[in-house]
Every structure is written in C-alpha cells, then in structure tokens.
Design a protein around this ligand. Structure first.
Ligand SMILES: Cc1cc2nc3c(=O)[nH]c(=O)nc-3n(C[C@H](O)[C@H](O)[C@H](O)COP(=O)(O)O)c2cc1C
Length: 166
C-alpha cells in the first residue's frame, strides 16, 4: 500500500472484530508513531496500551460503555509543558503521532478510531490508566480488524480551502 493509499484508506471505523491486536504489532506501530515531527524533540507523548481487561475497567470506572468497542486501545497522553507555546507545539506533535500510528495501522490492514470522550478527562480514568501527574490525554485510539469491510474513501479536495500566492 502506498502512503497515498493509506491516507485515503484510513477512515474512522467504529466497529471492530473480536480479536486483540498482538502486542508486538502494537509495539511496532508505536515505534513508527514516534517518528512524528516534534519541535525540540520534547517527546511529549505517553502511550498506555489497554487490553480487554483495562478497557473494561476504564468503561466501568467512567460509565462510558462506548469504550468497549474494541479489545485493544491506545491512550495517547501529552506531558503538558509549563510554557504555553511549547505545550501547544507538543499537542500538535501528539496529534501527528496519532495520525502516524493510524496510517501505519491502515497499511497493515488494521482499522482505527480516534475518540476524545469526556470520560478520558476524569480522575477515574487517570487512575485506571495510571497517568503520570502533569499529563493530559489527547485521545484514545481504538484499534483492531474492522468488523466489516473498510469504508470507501470519500472524495475530498483542498481546492476551495486554499489560496495560492505568487
Ligand atoms: C482530535 C479529534 C478528536 C476526535 N474525537 C472524536 C470523538 O470523540 N468521537 C468520534 O466519534 N469521533 C472523533 N473523532 C473522529 C472524527 O469524528 C472523524 O475523523 C471524522 O468523522 C471524519 O472521519 P474520517 O476519520 O473517516 O475522515 C476525532 C478526531 C479528531 C482528529
């Protein structure tokens, strides 16, 4: 699969098959995610890989049953710098890491779903996930084989949102 095919083919998938994603595969994806651009190489990302038990515990602790969609999920949290400019750049870097991870997953035939549920911002979630103080969840990425076929990529173009300067 080419990069362009992975970009177009990566679509949000909300229903996953019953299998966990093997740990080694998730580790490979995370090793790719950290190639994302990151100003000053602050490495602001922290990853918590949740298997079925942890996902269940998270759902129980927060009351968010939608967390049960997949049997593997990755919470990506940002170490929030005191400096507002650095914190903003680090947030962007974490977002790049998530997109990198999702594209790599798609290239391997895996589906993904980036969510930012309020449940993730709770003390209960931080407790279950063991998040370090000073980190802020950027999102949870559900991961797995899609329950059905991958969605057909939509047709999108940047033309009407672009101005070209000489
Ligand atoms: C920062 C961010 C947060 C998101 N949070 C949610 C969410 O909480 N719930 C949800 O259903 N989708 C969420 N999404 C996924 C978008 O809804 C999805 O990307 C959009 O519907 C377009 O679909 P596509 O990914 O197939 O292009 C989020 C995406 C981003 C980038």
């Amino acid at each position: 699969m080419t990069v362009a095919e992975a970009i177009r083919g990566r679509r949000t998938v909300k229903e996953f098959g019953p299998d966990e994603v093997p740990r080694a595969l998730v580790a490979d994806l995370l090793d790719l995610a950290v190639y994302a651009p990151n100003h000053h190489r602050t490495e602001p990302w922290r990853f918590v890989v949740a298997g079925p038990e942890a996902i269940r515990a998270l759902a129980d602790a927060t009351g968010d049953a939608k967390l049960l969609r997949s049997r593997t999920a990755i919470v990506v949290a940002q170490v929030v710098a005191d400096d507002a400019v650095v914190a903003r750049e680090d947030f962007a870097a974490c977002a790049c890491a998530i997109q990198t991870l999702m594209l790599a997953a798609r290239a391997l035939g895996l589906a993904s779903y980036w969510r930012t549920p309020r449940a993730l911002q709770t003390a209960a979630a931080a407790d279950v996930l063991g998040l370090e103080a000073g980190t802020d969840p950027v999102g949870i990425v559900h991961l797995g084989h899609p329950a059905g076929p991958f969605p057909t990529p939509p047709v999108r173009a940047a033309g009407t949102r672009t101005r070209w300067l000489p």
